[in-house]
Design a protein around this ligand. Structure first.
Ligand code: GLA
Length: 444
């Protein structure tokens, strides 16, 4: 009798778990790469050169709160999430300062935050510069709450001198020691309170920009990019069994020519999934000069095998709970359309909740203005969407937010604008034309 009762409870539990599992599968926590994301208020998630801190049972995303008007420091923003997919904008935690290294008409990039285990204080490090990138510094700000007002203390110094370098990253070791990573090699150990630098522990020969580090199974992995400004390149990595080195260049971690799946590394989140640590790659797909609207994110699970590190395949969409590729849902509508005439517009009425635009990005393409209207003609959403990439790619360029089931109109307009920029040497980068190439829509 007791045995039967226990079996019944077991069966009930199995059924409950099975249904819960199924619901998860259907709903899914899906990360969609290379398309703008929308926060809980319906605004585009604006957190570039970012990092994620896990704290108090939540994920906190810090990043450059870019604008479409200028490359000047716009403040660093903070978002929170329970699942890495649905982000709530908390606030700008470090605004433009009245003067100093992050005053008006300065550059502020690659914000990284860590909680100092010995003091409980939150330490923010960043690259601060002038608009021509000729006055690089590493700035430090502190706060006693993760999403509070950070106080900018100034520059962090090494042997009494400011570090006159630009791209940076941070790494927190398993024993709580904090490190500052600097482009082209230097690794500094922070003091116990994380407020100063204690020692330079390594200088990694052959390193490039945008350093990001993680540790798995006793091996340190250090990711880096080549120096190509906002353009993407084939990022590579080093490994070492001690942070002091020796560091060994291990080559690429994405297929050659994919330009790191069209992104530049910024951070690696140690994602705990079913008791296993999965290093989650976080990269930027820059879109200069309309970074706030059109720069997107590429976040992918990485695999390790000894000193080998790789992301074997680009998953445009993946389930962060199951670490598996997500198949696209919805009804596909084939629609070939290509134009480089500013003002040319494609209009598509649809019935449903959400629409995706599938199209080609290449080095002759530019920005589309994408609008969603309700059947009364009110504009529910409008933003610039980037169709440029140095290497050709066919895939989703835009996935709308989810609206109440109904009748809507999607408009895609050629703007004539395209991403073009120059590096310090005056070399031209970016697109040669302003094409928009659409091939399909998917309605859910
Ligand atoms: C590189 C850096 C970025 C930014 C741009 C500016 O991509 O990694 O952080 O400074 O250059 O061109």
């Amino acid at each position: 009798m007791v045995g039967n009762f226990i079996s019944m409870i077991r069966l009930t539990l199995i059924i409950v778990f099975f249904i819960a599992g199924m619901t998860d599968c259907i709903a899914g926590n899906i990360i969609r790469n290379g398309v703008p994301w929308f926060d809980a208020d319906g605004n585009i998630v604006n957190a570039h050169g970012a990092c994620i801190v896990e704290d108090g049972g939540k994920y906190w995303l810090f990043g450059e709160y870019k604008s479409d008007e200028s490359n000047a420091f716009p403040g660093f923003g903070c978002y929170s999430s329970d699942n890495l997919v649905d982000w709530k904008f908390e606030r700008v935690v470090l605004p433009v300062q009245q003067n100093g290294i992050l005053g008006p008409e300065r550059v502020g990039e690659r914000v990284k935050v860590m909680r100092c285990p010995s003091t409980g204080e939150y330490i923010m490090l960043m690259h601060a510069d002038d608009m021509k990138y000729k006055d690089p510094n590493i700035g430090i700000a502190v706060c006693d709450r993760i999403d509070g007002d950070y106080e900018l203390l100034g520059t962090i110094e090494y042997e009494g001198q400011p570090i006159k370098r630009w791209d940076m990253g941070t790494f927190q070791d398993e024993d709580g020691t904090g490190y500052l990573l600097i482009h082209h090699g230097p690794i500094y150990r922070l003091s116990k309170d994380y407020r100063s630098i204690e020692a330079k522990v390594a200088d990694v020969k052959g390193m490039g920009e945008s350093p990001a580090m993680f540790k798995k199974d006793g091996i340190y992995y250090l990711l880096t990019s080549h120096t190509t400004s906002w353009e993407r390149n084939d990022n590579y990595y080093f490994t070492a069994s001690s942070i002091e080195g020796p560091w060994e260049n291990q080559g690429l971690f994405c297929p050659p020519g994919s330009l790191t799946y069209n992104s530049q590394c910024t951070f690696v989140l140690p994602l705990i999934n079913n008791g296993e640590m999965i290093p989650m790659y976080m990269g930027d797909r820059w879109s200069f000069p309309y970074q706030a609207s059109a720069a997107t994110y590429v976040w992918l699970p990485m695999q390790t095998d000894g000193t080998k590190l790789f992301i074997p395949e680009y998953w445009q969409a993946w389930d962060v709970d199951y670490i598996s590729k997500a198949e696209s849902k919805g009804v596909s509508i084939a629609h070939l359309w290509s134009s480089n005439t500013p003002g040319d517009k494609l209009s598509l009425p649809f019935n449903g909740q959400r629409i995706s635009i599938i199209g080609k990005s290449d080095n002759q393409s530019g920005y589309a203005e994408v609008r969603i209207k309700n059947k009364e003609g009110d504009v529910l959403h409008t933003s610039l969407v980037d169709f440029y990439s140095k290497t050709e790619d066919l895939g989703p360029r835009f996935v709308s937010k989810s609206y109440p089931e109904g009748d809507y109109i999607l408009e895609v307009e050629v703007t004539g604008k395209n991403p073009v920029w120059f590096n310090k040497k005056g070399d031209r980068f970016g697109s040669t034309d302003c094409f928009i190439n659409v091939s399909e829509f998917v309605v859910e």
